[in-house]
Design a protein around this ligand. Sequence first.
Ligand code: UDX
Length: 461
Amino acid sequence: PAPGLSLSVIGTGYLGATHAVCMALLGHSVVGIDVDENKIRSLASGTLPFYEPGLQELLRRMLACGRLSFSTDFSAAAGADIHFLCVGTPQKPDSPAADLRFLDAALARLAPHLDRACLVAGKSTVPVGTAERLAAFLRSSSPAGDQAELAWNPEFLREGHAVEDTLHPDRLVFGVASRQARALLDACYAPVIADGTPVVETDPATAELVKAAANSFLATKISYINAMAEICEATGADVNQLATALSYDNRIGGRFLTPGLGFGGGCLPKDIRAFTHRAKELGVGQAVGFLQEVDAINQRRRQRTVDLITEMACGDPAGVHVTVLGAAFKPDSDDIRDAPALDVARMLHQAGAKVTVFDPKAMNNARRAYPDLAYADTLEAAVTGAEIVALLTEWDVFRRADPAALGTLVQRRNIVDGRHALDAEAYRAAGWDYRALGAPSKLPAPVHDQAVPTAEPLVML
Ligand code: UDX
């Protein structure tokens, strides 16, 4: 095989660490750089500072084979063919806008070390126009001047599927301004492209927009089905049946159409807000006005879930033992950023409920962020004595739990399924009062109890 490229990955958080490991796996020599010494020390010793299935083993393999290293020293990036910017772009503390401080600081530290022709490829999610601004900065502040080029190569990986999504993405987007930039990215992703992954070449601004547009679409799809759940709640209809019927329409499809507590995490919520903010700055806020509604529908799910639990607690959760199953914003992750489950736990705690939380992986993060809540170390300990169990993050271990066995541990068999993840029939058969938003709270009357119309001859007109 052709010798790999020399790459640097600036920012070794979730995205950067995954990218660095996967690029080494593709055969490149990679150095990961971060200002956080603890993170770098941990990665260099083969310990991932976060949970991601399969990634830690790969990290160790790549460190052992010598193609991957980590450093806090930006000079270690000098001489690389491509520098990937993987720095976080969180929401600003006091505004919906994206905070680009870390990205700007990373490029300012990197630029003095760029003294030969190279490509700086941004992967972070940014407001459209950022690449153009950074390209001008790069030209003026790196010794390589015009020879240091900027491209945008957005990342679409999902937490919990990060390795698979990086090695087998649905598509690659290369936002480039020159043939050399395209050629370098082609060489970097050669094995991925050879696998049949489509490449969409765009200008850098379009590439920035693809990411914002994709995440906005996904958020809209989730809020759409959750809006339908609200309608179902008002009529007694069943949003699960509705979603199933919709999903058979190939134009709609079934993915991202699961109703429930809604989306959280470090991406979708802040991305739709930053996109809305950027569109307003550009004078086209009206075009994405609906995203404010998408956000509002999503936030309402959390309150509605609290309301449903309150209803089960006969109108007042004060003093009621509620067990919250799940803390991470989604299963197979220990990420609790904007986690709907913990938001609901917090609201219940504020209303006076005795809340106990259990999550298979996110306990340490949850304990640090919400020290006032009570935590249990196992599923069994968490549900023991519960008056209401609320499934708020759909880990497999919760899906697979036996309703009869759980029923022997709780004080009352009340369960709220915030993710439409459990078998309602099985729970009801085991004597539970099973409730989910957007689904009828009681089973429909058996058919033989309903009035059956007498057979009359049909008159076809
Ligand atoms: C998302 C995008 O999917 C990914 O392409 C991008 O790179 C980063 O942001 P991620 O945040 O890891 O990825 O999680 P994702 O799987 O998209 O789920 C986001 C949230 O939506 C979770 O809280 C999940 O529980 C929720 N969700 C998802 C639903 O409520 N219903 C669904 O049908 C799907």
